[in-house]
Write a protein that binds this ligand. Structure first.
Ligand code: UDX
Ligand code: UDX
Length: 469
């Protein structure tokens, strides 16, 4: 352990999906470092202090339990937290701005700036301020200007340390990261602050995986990493539409493409579209930055990734409508899963939200099931016009329905008793597999009309004229 890091006190402002797990892992790996997480939302903090954490992440309960009360604390006293800390991580949300210039595109930095001002007002000793939230490149400059305004010159050093954890595997991603990225400026204060943070991560991450860069590269790399990941999904989803027209099979194409070691096989699963709080927000943020710098061709290129994603979600609904005889009115549709991906209860930007709303526009009745996301689904669909029911039991959800639309790739859905489900459904029974995780041939043999993504449909209507084309 580095002598310099003994008795360091860390504060994180923002106890969300990023701040909470990140600080829990730092605390568990560095028992001598005091880690405090604060938030303006007292209910969220109360849950971090309870047995029922505010987010579901495999392994997180154990990590929190091992450190909470020892060197990990959750609270609401932001002022005291700022005064005590040596290093302050800022992990408040930076949603897409929904007003004025940059409406629907730019990052809304109001919480970020408010937090910077609060740090400046409350701090009595020098602080290292770490950008954990994903931010537009050059935010550190604005941060520094705010922090240094007035009589507080040079007491703050700003670092960028973006988080690359993915939900559902957050604890593993934090414990075994591909890389930790730390950006700083090249001044002696910047380099000294950077070393302090490197030494903390080096407790459990090998130094060759701790990458140090200039601060703008670090800020930009986070946006670009998410844009590249999302781009791969939009690329494969675009090709899935072509597969459906040409009898090619997207799983076979994806495998053939992914076996090229230059490309790699990850993030090539065709789907109903990507969701989650980051991809769309970060790409739009990148697009906005490009437009700001008059790089319109570059902006158009990246905007295409989001456009294909919207197209893929709409295509899924249009496909359901077309294949269910052009009317969904009064039909019962079971949404199998609602989280934006498996192993999380998070539904932010879940394709399920869009699909549910569109199906209700078509006057379908919905039954939503998910093992972890029912609470969030209720909130997302509150106020939507129409008939929706919720249950955690997939069999109850499918009972009496005309169609199943698989939204989330929960592994347990692949091993459901589909014979039982088929018998409980209205005939003809339809299944639309938005994640290609089911055994389509077997479902067809049971009697379902099966519609995967990017593969030929398997239907029992072969001998009848196609009235829907
Ligand atoms: C957020 C950002 O969305 C993301 O861009 C960034 O990379 C990390 O922080 P996440 O942790 O998923 O991601 O957000 P969220 O779960 O909404 O948590 C943010 C927390 O900050 C909330 O609990 C909110 O109450 C808190 N907050 C917000 C403050 O404590 N102070 C504020 O002024 C605003
Ligand atoms: C992402 C990044 O992976 C992470 O590094 C960053 O810090 C935050 O944003 P997350 O949003 O939690 O993480 O989930 P991710 O696993 O990337 O999935 C995003 C969406 O893409 C999900 O809706 C997922 O279902 C979808 N997806 C992913 C596909 O549709 N196909 C794939 O092949 C992979």
């Amino acid at each position: 352990m580095s002598e310099a890091n003994r008795n360091i006190s860390i504060l994180c402002i923002g106890a969300g999906y990023v701040g909470g797990p990140t600080m829990a892992v730092i605390a568990s790996k560095c028992p001598d470092v005091k880690v405090t997480v604060v938030d303006i939302n007292p209910e969220r903090i109360a849950r971090w202090n309870s047995d029922h954490l505010p987010i579901y992440e495999p392994g997180l309960d154990d990590v929190v339990r091992s450190a909470r009360g020892r060197n990990l604390f959750f609270g609401t006293d932001i002022v005291a937290g700022i005064q005590e800390a040596d290093i302050i991580f800022v992990s408040v949300n930076t949603p897409t701005k929904m007003f004025g210039t940059g409406n629907g595109m730019a990052a809304d930095l109001q919480y970020w700036e408010k937090t910077a001002r609060q740090i400046r007002e409350c701090a009595r000793t020098p602080k290292i301020v770490v950008e954990k939230s994903t931010l537009p490149v050059k935010t550190a400059q604005a941060m520094k200007r705010i922090l240094d305004a007035g009589n507080h010159q040079n007491r703050f050093t700003v670092l960028s340390n973006p988080e690359f954890l993915a939900e559902g595997s957050a604890v593993n991603d934090l414990e075994n990261p591909d890389r930790v990225l730390i950006g700083s400026d090249a001044t002696s204060e910047g380099l000294a602050a950077r070393k302090k943070l490197v030494d903390i991560y080096a407790r459990w991450v090998s130094r060759d995986r701790i990458l140090t860069t200039n601060i703008w590269s670090s800020e930009l790399s986070k946006l670009v990493s998410n844009a590249f990941l999302a781009q791969r999904i939009s690329s494969i989803n675009a090709i899935s539409a072509l597969c459906e027209k040409t009898d090619a099979d997207i799983s076979e194409v994806s495998k053939a493409v992914g076996m090229d070691s230059r490309l790699g096989s990850k993030f090539l699963n065709a789907s109903i579209g990507f969701g989650g709080s980051c991809f769309k927000k970060d790409i739009l943020n990148l697009v906005y930055l490009c437009r700001y710098y008059n790089l319109h061709e570059v902006a158009d290129y990246w905007e295409g990734v989001v456009r294909i994603n919207e197209y893929q979600k709409e295509r899924f609904v249009v496909n359901m409508l077309g294949n269910m005889f052009q009317t969904l009115s009064g039909k019962k549709i079971c949404l199998l899963g609602f989280a934006f991906k498996a192993h999380t209860g998070d539904t932010r930007e879940s394709p399920g939200i869009f699909i549910a709303r569109r199906l209700m526009e078509e006057q379908a009745e919905l039954i939503v099931t998910d093992p972890e996301a029912i609470e969030n689904a209720r909130q997302d669909l509150a106020g939507a016009q129409g008939n929706i029911r919720y249950t955690e039991d997939p069999y109850e959800a499918a009972d009496g329905s005309d169609a199943i639309a698989l939204i989330t790739e929960w592994p347990q859905y692949a091993s459901l008793d589909f014979e039982r489900i088929f018998r409980s459904m209205v005939q003809p029974a339809f299944i639309f597999d938005g994640r290609n995780i089911l055994d389509h041939q077997r479902l067809y043999e049971i009697g379902f009309n099966v519609f995967p993504i990017g593969k030929p449909a398997l239907t029992h209507f072969h001998d009848e004229p196609d009235m829907t084309a």
